[in-house]
Design a protein around this ligand. Sequence first.
Ligand code: 7TS
Length: 410
Amino acid sequence: MPHGLNVSAIREDFPILQQMIHGKPLVYLDSAATSQKPEAVIRAMDTYYRTTNANIHRGVYQLAEQATEQYEGARRKIQKFINAKSHREVIYARNATEALNLVAYSWGRANIHAGDEIVATVLEHHANIVPWQMLAKEKNACLNFIGADEHGELRGEEIETRITPKTKLVAVTMASNVAGTLTPLKSIVERAHAVGALCVVDAAQAVPHMPVDVQALDCDFLAFSGHKMLGPFVGILYGKRALLEKMEPFLGGGDMIREVHLEYSKWNELPWKFEAGTPAIAEAIGLGTAVDYLTALGMENVRAHEREIVAYALDKIRAVDGIQVLGPRAPDQRVGVIAFSIPEAHPHDVAQIMDGEGICVRAGHHCAMPLHEYYGLAATTRASFYVYNSPEEVDKLVETIRKVQQVFKT
Ligand code: 7TS
């Protein structure tokens, strides 16, 4: 195995994959929406509730100290995983969406003014469009988009022309959840900084699938979701410390303060200034365990496995007559997401027939309506892959695509 992942051994770690759906083995091809969880993550959360459950940061008794240690320990694992300089740069959020909204609210509302430009791309998930639309509307700023070509690759020249001296913020995905495109992030960050703008990266489809080093990228903010990387429902915002220090809090309440008086309050230090109220403690601990699991597999190996499986799937799916596949042609330029359209069948019908075979795929616009509009498609069917998917499962997917074509043959 050139990539060093033993998929059949990995599958044994995922209890959910052991079941049958409609009498067929479950083939889970929707990890871009949420990944499955290994036994170790489920156990970490279960153990927390059985043995350690207490609120953090406030108790002096042993359980509370242990809970705090585990919650903060998980933060340090995540810090190391993305190579952040300090644990103070790693903020727990509800999900990637909330992490991006935190930037729009706390940084955006103080730093975007009338006439400023915010630049995003047509590849973005709604989570990296709508907060900027809201901000632009409130501030009378302008929201511009870098376009893509027919293969879902960003137009290089537009990185230069759209990001201008008026640009204050560039919001860009690292990997598209529909086209699968890996964007030229390094040059986008460099261009943003060259005009004095900041760059916020939506890495929801990248951090789970490849090594991501925030210092090497030099991005200012980076958001991702624990639930797409074998962990539970919790998200992360990375931000450069100097920026976070200057920002006002997002939500107000307990834990994010140092002092509260009736007339005024003083904020807590980083990262807790951005963590108001009791957080998702068990989830944070579970994410720490997911990071351990991925680290043990090796993120280079995870990437190599997905590159292999997506190359295999692209070949097989493209060989089917009359199918339209979105995204870059080269597997090196994409993550393990393949959205496709079978012209004679509606994606919901495709997904339903797939379900009958035990195959989970997603149908719809995948929270990327503008990208579908850009390509003149109302919806697509999407298969997405992760560490537990095998070539045999790709074969089942392709077999079922052919079955769909038979059913809808005119
Ligand atoms: N950004 C990207 C690129 C995503 O793919 C998603 C979720 C998000 C942000 C938001 O993540 P959340 O955890 O805050 O919801 N993507 C998908 C998907 O493709 N299908 O369901 C959710």
